[in-house]
Ligand binder design. Structure first.
Ligand SMILES: [Zn+2]
Length: 394
């Protein structure tokens, strides 16, 4: 689409209509957030949105990986355009999944303009915006102004161990169809001024420690997997300090032991390493393994015959990528941000936009209006005040 500035005349009545439908949009957002969508089990939420898109006249497909897709062609095909030939589509992605388990209570509490519910902003807000976009793109006046096709994609597996599965699948398929998009926009959470154009990469690892175990009195000198895990936690925490600002490390989960009175046979810790720099991610992975080897050596020294062993397994790798702030896509987003009276802010984050950025396809991630906090916690809230501003920017 043209920028909000130059499109003011024809956009104005449509924006006015949507400003008046704020209550409907929030209702939609709450309805979405109330349907559990743990990573890997997004079907119920996907079905709701699939039905919503069909109700407004879009042709919708749900592909094998679980992504929900609709495609809008310009009303008059650009000269020479044949199916997926140039110009490639603009793809808008919003993730369906949440970090919460299926048994997480999804109760909604309202306090003034604030709505409390796990997942209400991330990504209830982005998905509600996709409901609006699906309707906006039905408008004949909008479709005659499209310079290229637009694909709306609701992705599965964006969070945590999902490892950007849905977005990766969509881009793999686009390569298969020789139909690479011209640009991608991930619509993720609330917000109306940040423009994410640096993708934070991640390496997520589980370190498992195993030993022969024994009695906590009779076998007290037996090398102990829980002791090894603890020593690793202490050493890896120091790695996190040393590696800033190039990278950060967080130990996010741990488990170990079988009985109160036994030297354990097993322990594990999960580590989440993040950086904007792929080289730093690589060196952090190497440093991590060195720490583990040193700790295992020390813990096993008392009884090498009953040594603790370790294994490092990959829970997820997220690629890095970036476009700079003079890229036309970033400039367009900045101009749309100013057009709605906000000051654009460059940002880095991990989102579905990582996938295209890592593949050299211009991409950004933006919020869909309103404000929010405590994402990824049971206390998440979303504030609908001035939410039309961010939605207009989208
Ligand atoms: Zn998100």
């Amino acid at each position: 689409m043209t920028t909000a500035d130059s499109g003011k005349n024809w956009l104005t009545p449509m924006l006015e209509t949507w400003r008046n439908r704020r209550a409907w949009i929030l209702e939609q957002q709450i309805a979405i957030a109330r349907i559990a969508a743990p990573t890997g089990n997004e079907s119920d939420r996907a079905a709701l949105l699939q039905q919503d898109w069909r109700a407004c006249g879009q042709l919708v497909t749900r592909e094998r990986a679980g992504n929900v897709i609709t495609r809008v062609e310009p009303a008059v095909a650009p000269m020479g355009a044949v199916e997926c030939a140039a110009p490639g589509p603009l793809v808008c992605l919003a993730h369906l999944d949440t970090v919460f388990d299926a048994d997480q209570p999804l109760t909604v509490r309202q306090e003034g303009s604030r709505t409390f519910c796990p997942g209400i902003g991330d990504n209830g807000r982005g998905l509600a915006a996709m409901s609006v976009l699906a309707r906006v793109l039905q408008d004949p006046d909008v479709r005659t102004r499209l310079q290229r096709p637009i694909e709306l994609v609701l992705t599965v597996g964006e969070e945590g161990e999902g490892n950007l599965r849905g977005a990766s699948r969509w881009f793999d398929d686009a390569v298969g169809r020789s139909c690479l998009p011209a640009a991608a926009v991930a619509i993720d959470g609330p917000g109306d001024c940040t423009i994410v154009h640096h993708a934070v990469g991640a390496r997520r690892r589980r370190i498992t420690f195993t030993g022969v175990g024994g009695h906590s009195w009779a076998d007290a000198t037996t090398p102990n997997p829980v002791h090894a895990a603890g020593a690793c936690i202490a050493a890896i925490a120091r790695l996190a300090d040393a590696s800033r600002p190039g990278g950060v490390v967080a130990m996010t989960r741990m488990h170990g032991g079988e009985h109160l009175t036994g030297v354990p046979m097993q322990a594990w810790i999960d580590v989440d390493m993040r950086s904007l720099d792929p080289v730093r991610l690589h060196t952090m992975s190497i440093e991590l393994e060195r720490i583990v080897q040193r700790v295992i050596h020390d813990e096993s020294a008392r009884e090498p015959a009953r040594a603790v062993h370790y294994a490092i397994t990959t829970l997820g790798d997220r690629p890095t990528g970036m476009i700079d702030n003079r890229h036309p896509l970033v400039l367009a987003a900045a101009s749309a941000t100013r057009a709605v009276g906000r000051i654009p802010q460059s940002a880095s984050a991990s989102s579905d936009a990582n996938v295209p950025l890592a593949r050299g396809i211009p991409a950004i991630a933006i919020g869909a209006g309103g404000t929010g906090s405590a994402a990824h916690t049971a206390n998440e809230w979303y504030d609908d005040a001035d939410s039309e501003i961010g939605l207009e920017r989208v």
